[in-house]
Design a binder for this molecule. Structure first.
Ligand code: G6P
Length: 489
C-alpha cells in the first residue's frame, strides 16, 4: 500500500548559490549550449519530491550585451535556472577578491592575505563593497521571482549578506542559509575587518546550517563574543528574535555511484586500469587544486614513504587528479607551479624508464572514468588541511564494496566526524605520520579492511544527499511556524 499523494501542490524552493549548476558556452550572438554539472547539491535536490527547486546564480561567464543575456536567460529557463549577471569588475572584486582571496582562506584557517591585514586598505574596502553589491544583485533577482509561500535557501560564504538583503525586501520570506565550508573558531573570525557586518547579515536568516556541530558552535560563539548576543541551545537570540543554528551533515547520492559500477563503459574502464597497473597497488587523490586540499603535503608524505620503504618502490603508484580551479587568483597559480615542481622532482628521483611513481593530472575526469578509478583504488588519500565536509571520501567508499580499500582521511575534514571509525585518521601537516599511515594501509589485513569499509559504507549509504536537503527545508518550515507562534503568544 502506498500513501496517496494528497498534497495539492509542491512547495517551491528557490536555491540561491554563487554558481548555477550548469556550464554555459556561447555558440553565437544569441545561442548558448548548456551542460548540467551533476554535483552533490543538484542530485540532492533532483531527488526530493516534496518541493520543486529553481536555481538562481551566476552562470560563470561574462555576458555584457543584452541580446546575449536574453538568449542565455531563455536557455537557462528550460533547466529551471535563473541567471544573475555580474560584470567583469564585480567578478574580480567580489568572486576572485573578497570570496576567494579573503573569506575562503580565512574560513579554512589560512589567515587573511598580508596586504589586507589593515581594515583601512583600499583594496579590502572596495572588495567588501563589491561583495555587498553582488549580494544585493542576487537579492534583487530572488525578489523578482519570489512568490508567497516559497522557501529561499541561500548557499555558502559567497552569499552571507543575502539573508539581510532578502528580509529587507520582505520580512516574511522564509530564508535559510547553509555554509559548505568550515566556520572557523571565533578567534579566527574576529581578525576579519568586516566580522560584525557579516555575522549580523547572516543572522537575518530564519535557519542557519553547518556540516558539523563544531562549526555551528564556532558560529554561535562568534555571535556571543563579537556581537555580544545571547547564544542558546537553539541558536542565537537578538532582542527576542531567535535565529536557529544547527548541524546538517551533507551526504551524496550513493546509489548513483553504486549503479554506475554496473555500466558497461565503467566495467571496461575498470578492466583497462587493472591491466595498466597490474602488479602495483593503486593510491588515489582527487582534489580541486586548492591550498586547503594539502596536495604538496600529501605528495611529500608519499615521497617519504618511498624513501623509507625500498621494497615498495615499484609496487605502488599514486594517481593524483588535481582539478584546476579559480585560476585567476595568484595564490592558485603559485600552487600549481609548486605541485608540478614537487611531482617532477619525485618522479625524476624514483622513476624508471618504464614507470613513474606519481601520475599527476591537472584536469577533471568524467563521472564514469572517476567511478572506475575509485573502484580500482587500494588506498585513497584525502588529506585536506581543512575541509567543510569532503565528499570525495564518501564517493570513494560508495565505489569500494568489491575491493574494500582503505581511506586515509584528514582529521580536519568534516567527514572525519562521520567516517572516522572506518578510516585511518591523520594530521595532514605531519608528513611522517601520513607516510606511516600509507604503510599501515598498504599492509592492512583483509579482515580489518572489511570491517573498516563496512562501517563507512553503512554510513555513506544511510545518509544521503536527498535526506539532507529534505531535513534542512522541513526544519526551515518548522522554524518559521514556531517563530510565528511565539510572536502570537
Ligand atoms: C567549494 C565551495 C563551493 C564552490 C566550489 C567550487 O566546494 O564550497 O561553493 O562552488 O568549491 O569552487 P568555484 O569557485 O569554482 O565555484
Amino acid at each position: 500500500w502506498e500513501r496517496p499523494d494528497v498534497r495539492p501542490f509542491r512547495q517551491r524552493l528557490l536555491v540561491v548559490a554563487n554558481r548555477l549548476p550548469v556550464s554555459a558556452v556561447r555558440r553565437g550572438e544569441e545561442s548558448w549550449s548548456l551542460e548540467i554539472s551533476a554535483g552533490g547539491l543538484v542530485s540532492a535536490l533532483l531527488g526530493v519530491k516534496e518541493f520543486e527547486a529553481r536555481w538562481i546564480g551566476w552562470a560563470g561567464v561574462n555576458v555584457p550585451d543584452e541580446a546575449g543575456q536574453r538568449a542565455l536567460t531563455k536557455a537557462l529557463a528550460e533547466k529551471r535556472c535563473i541567471p544573475v549577471f555580474l560584470d567583469e569588475d564585480i567578478v574580480h572584486q567580489y568572486y576572485n577578491g573578497y570570496c576567494n582571496n579573503i573569506l575562503w582562506p580565512l574560513f579554512h584557517y589560512l589567515g587573511l592575505p598580508q596586504e589586507d591585514r589593515l581594515a583601512t586598505t583600499r583594496s579590502f574596502q572596495s572588495q567588501f563593497a563589491a561583495y555587498k553589491k553582488a549580494n544585493q544583485m542576487f537579492a534583487s533577482v530572488v525578489n523578482e521571482h519570489y512568490e508567497e509561500g516559497d522557501v529561499v535557501w541561500c548557499h555558502d560564504y559567497h552569499l552571507m549578506f543575502l539573508p539581510k538583503c532578502l528580509k529587507e525586501y520582505n520580512s516574511k520570506m522564509k530564508v535559510g542559509w547553509f555554509l559548505h565550508t568550515p566556520f572557523p573558531s571565533s578567534e579566527i573570525h574576529r581578525t576579519l575587518p568586516s566580522r560584525s557586518d557579516l555575522l549580523r547579515a547572516v543572522l537575518a536568516a530564519d535557519l542557519i546550517g553547518f556540516h558539523t556541530y563544531d562549526y555551528a558552535r564556532h558560529f554561535v560563539s562568534a555571535c556571543t563574543r563579537i556581537l555580544g548576543l545571547e547564544g542558546t541551545p537553539e541558536g542565537v537570540e537578538d532582542q527576542g528574535r531567535l535565529t536557529r543554528v544547527a548541524a546538517f551533515p551533507i551526504g551524496i547520492d550513493s546509489d548513483r555511484f553504486i549503479r554506475a559500477l554496473d555500466v558497461p563503459q565503467v566495467q571496461e574502464h575498470i578492466r583497462d586500469l587493472k591491466e595498466r597497473f597490474s602488479g602495483r597497488k593503486v593510491m588515489l587523490g582527487v582534489d580541486r587544486l586548492d591550498m586547503i586540499k594539502g596536495i604538496p603535503q600529501k605528495i611529500l608524505a608519499f615521497e617519504k614513504f618511498l624513501e623509507e620503504n625500498l621494497t615498495w618502490r615499484d609496487k605502488v603508484v599514486l594517481l593524483q587528479i588535481a582539478v584546476p580551479t579559480r585560476t585567476d587568483v595568484p595564490e592558485y597559480q603559485k600552487l600549481t607551479s609548486q605541485v608540478h615542481e614537487i611531482v617532477g622532482r619525485i618522479n625524476g628521483r624514483f622513476g624508471t624508464l618504464t614507470a613513474v611513481p606519481i601520475h599527476h593530472l591537472d584536469r577533471s575526469l568524467d563521472f564514469h572514468a572517476l567511478c572506475a578509478l575509485y573502484a580500482v583504488t587500494d588506498v585513497a588519500l584525502v588529506t585536506s588541511l581543512r575541509d567543510g565536509m569532503n565528499l570525495v571520501s564518501y564517493e570513494f567508499v560508495a565505489c569500494q564494496d568489491a575491493k574494500k580499500g582503505v581511506l586515509i582521511l584528514s582529521e580536519f575534514a568534516g567527514a572525519a566526524q562521520s567516517l572516522g571509525a572506518g578510516a585511518i585518521l591523520v594530521n595532514p601537516w605531519n608528513i611522517t605520520e601520513v607516510a606511516a599511515s600509507i604503510g599501515q594501509a598498504l599492509n592492512m589485513s583483509s579482515e580489518e579492511r572489511e570491517k573498516r569499509h563496512w562501517h563507512n559504507f553503512v554510513h555513506v549509504t544511510n545518509h544521503n544527499a536527498q535526506e539532507w536537503a529534505e531535513t534542512f527545508v522541513s526544519e526551515l518550515n518548522d522554524t518559521v511556524v514556531e517563530a510565528q507562534l511565539r510572536i502570537r503568544q
